[in-house]
Design a protein around this ligand. Structure first.
Ligand code: SF4
Length: 334
């Protein structure tokens, strides 16, 4: 075990990528980077991170911002509930801690939307506390190196891996070890075809050169069921204005803007506008647990089922936070 810690830490010192959130101890910046990186790859996440810290260089500015501006900045990353939680948590830190991030793991994990992974990341990177991070990369490295086939999506499996990671993390430089194991998973022990030849752990790794075992680990118990949905959107323009609604309720893209929508259980044009709309675009949009079959129609209708549409200036459309599916449609129209 000591070997593992030593080898992986040395490897990191030689191979770590230079990333802006690694050279700061500011817990707010670290938290921002972690929330963004849960959502996207490092190269894309970098722009979002820089945009956020430029717009809101201190936590209270994020807390005081209006929600639409935060969602707008987040636009394109998906999972908008993360952006809303980010905003709410900033407000919680402003209100309960005067805008200063709390400094203990116990307090950090009490914050809204912060789970064990993010709490461990902030505690170790910002405050040098020995809390082990366990994310997808860490599961992969640990399961392969130690040959553990417990499912990582089971309660027991999660406990096993967390316990193992906690037993490995050194008191002396917990931040370095956490960074090292995540970076190792990201660039050396990659999901597909890791290069065991060049790997510093290949003498002691339980899976080294065993392609079958490598493919099998980490084990996942079951795939999540995918729900199929059919969204029919109406593109309506008149006199320089365009119909736009804000999504409400607990659903995907909560509070983002989109065209008036009728959801149905199939791909047929809804009877409500069957004779007065033309299909102009269709696409399948894949989210983690949902496949959305989307249809866009152009029409001049002014109401459906007695419901009138809400119009905004077309020239101001880009000020509204919209979801990726809407973006796709608008891009197809350019
Ligand atoms: S030897 Fe291969 S499987 Fe083991 S940690 Fe290195 S890259 Fe991953």
């Amino acid at each position: 075990m000591a070997d593992f810690v030593l080898l992986i830490s040395d490897w990191y010192r030689l191979n770590a990528r230079e990333l802006p959130w690694r050279s700061t101890k500011n817990p707010y910046f670290i938290w921002l980077s972690e929330v963004i990186l849960q959502q996207t790859r490092v190269d894309q996440g970098m722009n979002y991170y820089l945009k956020f810290i430029e717009n809101y260089p201190v936590l209270n500015q994020l807390a005081d911002a209006d929600e639409a501006s935060v969602l707008k900045l987040w636009q394109g990353l998906g999972y908008y509930s993360r952006a809303r939680n980010l905003h709410k948590t900033a407000q919680q830190v402003r209100d309960e801690y005067g805008g200063e991030f709390p400094k203990t793991y116990a307090e950090i994990i009490q914050l809204k939307g912060i789970g064990p992974y993010t709490a461990a990341a902030i505690s170790s990177f910002a405050f040098d506390l020995p809390h082990a991070v366990v994310d997808g990369n860490v599961y992969r490295v640990l399961s392969r190196y130690f040959g553990i086939d417990e499912p990582i999506d089971s309660t027991q499996g999660k406990k096993t891996f967390q316990k193992l990671a906690d037993s490995l993390i050194p008191e002396s430089d917990p931040a370095l070890f956490n960074q090292a194991i995540m970076e190792f998973g990201a660039i050396q022990c990659t999901p597909n075809n890791p290069d065991c030849n060049s790997c510093v752990l290949n003498q002691s790794c339980a899976s080294a050169f065993d392609t079958e075992l490598i493919k099998k680990l980490p084990v996942k118990k079951g795939k999540t069921k995918v729900r199929k949905r059919y969204f029919h959107y109406l593109h309506i323009e008149k006199e320089g204005e365009i119909a736009l609604d804000q999504r409400t309720g607990k659903d995907v893209w909560e509070k983002l803007y989109e065209f008036p929508l009728i959801e149905s259980d199939n791909e047929n044009i809804p009877t409500e506008f069957k004779d007065s709309a033309n299909l102009c675009y269709q696409t399948k949009h894949i989210l983690s647990h949902q496949h959305i079959y989307a249809f866009f129609y152009k029409t001049e209708l002014s109401e459906i089922n007695g419901l009138e549409f809400h119009f905004v200036e077309k020239s101001q459309l880009e000020d509204y936070p919209i979801h990726r599916l809407m973006e796709k449609y608008l891009e197809s129209n350019d």
